[in-house]
Every structure is written in C-alpha cells, then in structure tokens.
Design a protein around this ligand. Sequence first.
Ligand code: ZN
Length: 398
Amino acid sequence: MDSIAQNPRSNDPVEEGIAAYLDEIIALRHDLHQYPELAFQELRTSKLVASRLSSWGYEVATGIAGTGIVATLRRGEGRRIGIRADMDGLPIEEASDLVYASSNPGVMHACGHDGHTAILLAAARYLAESGNFSGTLRLIFQPAEEIGAGARKMISEGLFERFPVDAVFGLHNWPGVPAGQFGFVAGPAMASVDQAIIRIIGKGGHGAEPHRAVDPVLASASFITALQSVVSRNVDPQEMAVATVGSIHAGSASNVIPESVELKLTMRAFSENVRQQLQERIPALARAQAESFGAEADVNYRLGFPALVNHPKETAFARDVAYDALGLAAIEKDFRPRTASEDFAFMLQANPGSYFFVGNGDSAPLHSAHYDFNDAIIAPAARYWVRLAETFLTDDNG
Ligand code: ZN
C-alpha cells in the first residue's frame, strides 16, 4: 500500500471522525470486492448500501434504474449537492490471490467501484453523524457504469426531476498516479466513446484461385491502413481522436478465401465536432476502400456516449476545496484529460458539476485481472467528499 502525504492540518475533526470507523469501511470494501455484481444486477450491493444509509438517517429511494439509489439528507435551507458513486463490477475472472478475491466466478471489481462506493459511504456516515451544513445532500449510487447505461437510465427515470441538485460531483481512482493525489481538469476530461462493426463482404473462393474470388481480407487490410488517415489527415491536428480496430475475424483455413471479414472498432474524441467527423469519415472510407477492391462494406456505427466535460466554475470550486482540505501537495499539477470514457458525462450534461481523479498508486491498470483498489485512498477521498459537501452547502457564492 502506498503511503499518503500527511495532511498539513492536525486535529482535523473530519479526519478523526472517519478514522474512528475506517476499519469497518475497509472491511465493507473487501466484502463488496468479494461479491462483485455485473451491470444492472447489483442487488446485493444495492441492498447493503441502502441499509447502511437508512441506519444513518438518510431518506433512501431505491429501485431507480433497477438497483440505483438516491439517499437524501436535509438540514435547513440552502443549496442542493449531488455526489455520485458507481457500484458495478466487470465480466473478468479475477487473477489476484487476495483473501477477499471475487467469489463470483467470471465477475470482478476490476475498476474500483467497490472503493468508490466505500468512500461515499464513509463520507455519508460522517455527514449524517457530524456534518456541518445547511441545505440538501443527495448521494447517488449508480448501477451499470461499465456498460455506459446506468447514468442515462437513472436520468431517464427522472433522477434530477425527483431529486434536483444545483451541482453534481463524482470521482474515479486512477492507477499510476500517486495514491491519494487528486487530479482536476476543467473542460473535456474524458473522451466520448462510439463503436463500429464493419463487415467487408467479398466473394469466397479457393485460396489458389484468387482471380475467381473477391478477397475481403485484402480489402480489410487496405481499410485498416487507410483508417488512420482520418486521424492524421481529416481531424484538426490540435484536436484529439482515436480510432482503434480491436477485433478482426475472418476465415478458418489457409487455403480458403473467406466470404467476409468482420471488424470491430472503438472511437474516442473530446469534442462533438471531431466525434461527428469520425462518424462521417469512417463509414465513407470503409465503403470506398471495399468498393475499390470489388467488395462491399456494411457499416453499423453505434453511438455510445459523449465526452465528459467538466464545468469550469464547479471544477475551480472542487480544486479549491481539495487545496483547503488536503493541502497543495495533494493536488497533481497539470493533470491531463484521459481518453477513457465515463457515463457521468450524462450527469454533467444535465447539471453543472465536476468529475475528478484520485491516484490509486502503483497498482495494476483498471480492467486488469490483477487490479485492486487501494484502501489507503478511502480516508482522504471520504474526507474530501465531506469538505466538498460542507463547503458547497454553506458557501452561497459557490
Ligand atoms: Zn470505472
């Protein structure tokens, strides 16, 4: 476990308060890790989270998008803040030898959502027992982040009409960034994600008689090479775009020209303009490349979700709170946007707010079978949520 820079403040009541039950929260995190659940199947997790929140006096609404929860705590007049944690695991067979390794075969908390849930519960307890604020606190526990569906579904089921907020915040742990270091990005912080399934259709035949066939493998190879010209020749060099062919399947014998090739692509961008450019250019290129070889391209371009764009004012506020609560040394300088994706993007389209990163230390990467969330970041991140809520719910200038 990585060590965390000491908080410059001594006798911090929030730090002391959370420390009193930190062991319990870590045990809960291990329990969540041991029983991970896939997107929209977070029944056990949801039940556990709801029962803790109720026991601390929250008004708990369950069953939003199936397993989603909103817990509300009101104290006097004032603004309303939303803080969101995600709860789902991934379809990965855990390869760790942890004592609390997954007991659910083929399912794993490989993205640290067990940790995000534990962090928010640690903060929830402190805020209920000792929180100093005036206004409305709403804690959102979201299902199905990994398939990019949970946030959208909660919103479509009236999340922000039933539980309005003035701003919404979320966090993700980040391997490779020192444990407990916070990273803030104003503007686009994570990329949009879209997918394409492209079938290049030729005419199958004998591998020794290519002149009687239309070879879709050759046409695919040409398309794959040409694909990168979209990034290097069409997209403004000052902008970011990614087009990756992650899967290619065709044929099964060395001496048979297959009928077709199937390619699966993922596309990422920070701006809607670039996203649209990829959506136009990639199908056009696939069709033209295929046609030039006498083949055809059938393109199924599926829009996923938009780039996550942090609101500047709320991001500056969130950074200021980190500076106050944890000190300058805990803030990463010039934290760069990430090209991964996150469906909190939808919550930031519906409300002002900010999404930030907390270093997970030198761990295996997210979505690796060897990954584990770093328990050492629970305390500082929970302390941060408390301070963020208390500051937002006392400071009218935001
Ligand atoms: Zn995640």
